[in-house]
Design a protein around this ligand. Structure first.
Ligand SMILES: *Cc1c(COP(=O)(O)O)cnc(C)c1O
Length: 426
């Protein structure tokens, strides 16, 4: 590798050389990731061919969007990738939280109870559920909520999950990714075991899996192991970095139909919803998603290996198996978090010249720092890092549309830490 171009970008030879050494030790690991990507690439291609995706599908509609062939075919492509009866894939689902809120409010009625057997859900769902007061929350509509925390070692607390399931329990929500917590991310196999357990306690329960950040990290998805609804954001993995907006819900005909009616209106359901000019990027992003996700996974493992080598605690470790694209690194100080984020920002294709600073964000108790210079605003499948300014001063790193870019971003973060005397290289 010719390091001249790295030097032009501001990465020293010492940092670049440490990166080379780190990457060289990961060959086997990367081969397994490429195998998963190869399988998933073929899976997506098969679904596109089976559904006879045509040039016409790439164009859009306006107004009511009646007979939008591209939209309807895309939903069938998701059906065949997730192996479900139905799917809702729409730009009108504005983000992951909206898709999750739609799935929950469509399938819970007053008097029903929602159970999370995996501890606290993602921050933005607290107001959806009513854990924190929220206007139009499920709580306001008379849906109660119960939660069973994980055991201290991160395992499911089967005994208390069984006790928590009662005559009111209607829907069980399982979040695959750890989000901003330090708990493990669950594998599809673990999720399948939990689904089998709750359904054995109460047959007829509906199970929803929050699949955000998990898509295509394995060869199977939660929908392959009994989830009635698998839900995610197109601003993350399945958008492949090209989808400018959107969410998906893949699942049983009954559950997904209710989601259609909740999203548009009772009676009109899936027949309306113009796709505007977005079909092409939704198809192309989904087509690229397996390899984009693979690049992000490689970046996450590379970051863990590099920073572990310098003495920082990483979750997950460089050795652990991966079920999402998030990497947390405990940097131990505010200054180190700022330097890390400065490096990620400096490696961005867009807005590389700005310096991220911590600031208050609604819904968080502490200031939050965020680095992202992305083609799609806020897209966390693109190179990005963020974290609340509080002990243990952990940054959450994710994304990178290509492995090469993820690597460069991580090297740049280390460069900034070295320049500020926060780490010593060599
Ligand atoms: C990102 C995320 C969400 C919310 O998705 P948005 O697109 O940010 O609204 C929900 N759950 C998990 C686990 C996530 O990572």
């Amino acid at each position: 590798m010719n390091y001249d171009i790295y030097e032009k970008l501001g990465v020293s030879r010492a940092v670049a050389a440490l990166g080379e050494k780190t990457a060289a030790a990961l060959t086997e690991r990367f081969r397994a990731i490429d195998d998963t990507a190869e399988y998933n690439q073929a899976k997506v291609l098969y679904a596109m061919q089976k559904n006879r995706v045509s040039a016409e599908c790439l164009t859009g509609t306006t107004g009511y969007g009646h007979d939008d062939k591209g939209r309807d075919t895309l939903e069938q492509v998701y059906v065949d990738v997730f192996h479900t009866e139905a799917a809702l894939v729409r730009p009108a689902l504005t983000c992951g939280t909206h898709a999750l809120a739609t799935a929950l409010s469509a399938n819970l009625l007053p008097g029903d109870e929602l159970l999370s057997p995996v501890g606290k859900p993602y921050d933005t769902l607290e107001e959806v559920i009513g854990i924190r007061p929220g206007v139009c929350s499920l709580k306001e509509f008379g849906v109660t909520y119960r939660q069973v925390d994980l055991l201290p070692d991160g395992a499911f607390d089967y005994e208390n999950i069984k006790k928590a399931i009662n005559e009111k329990t209607k829907l069980v929500t399982i979040q695959r990714s750890k989000g901003y917590q330090m708990r493990p991310t669950f594998s599809v196999k673990q999720i399948g075991e939990l689904i089998a357990f709750v359904k054995s306690v109460k047959p007829g329960l509906t199970v929803m899996v929050d699949n955000c950040y998990g898509e295509f990290t394995e060869e199977t998805e939660p929908s392959d192991v009994g989830a009635d609804m698998t839900v995610g954001s197109l601003i993350k993995n399945p958008g492949g970095g090209l989808a400018p907006i959107g969410g998906y819900i893949a699942g049983t005909r009954e559950c997904v139909q209710r989601c259609h009616y909740r999203l548009t209106g009772p009676g009109i359901g899936q027949d309306v919803g113009a796709s505007l000019d977005l079909n092409r990027s939704l198809y192309q992003g989904f087509f690229l998603s397996p390899t984009v996700t693979a690049g992000a996974l490689k970046g996450a493992i590379f970051a863990a290996r590099l920073y572990e080598g310098l003495g920082f605690r990483c979750v997950p470790t460089a050795e652990e198996s991966r079920h999402d694209i998030i990497q947390s690194i405990e940097l131990g100080s505010k200054a180190a978090m700022e330097a890390f984020c400065e490096g990620i920002q400096a490696a961005a294709p867009v807005d590389s010249y700005v310096t991220p600073v911590p600031c208050p964000i609604p819904g968080y108790n502490d200031d939050v720092i965020m680095a992202a210079g992305a083609f799609i605003q806020g897209a966390s499948i693109e190179l990005s890092a963020d974290g609340p300014i509080r002990p243990p001063y952990a940054v959450y790193f994710q994304g990178g549309l290509t492995w090469q870019h993820a690597k460069l971003g991580i090297l740049m973060s280390l460069q900034k830490l070295a320049e500020k005397g926060l780490v010593k290289i060599g």
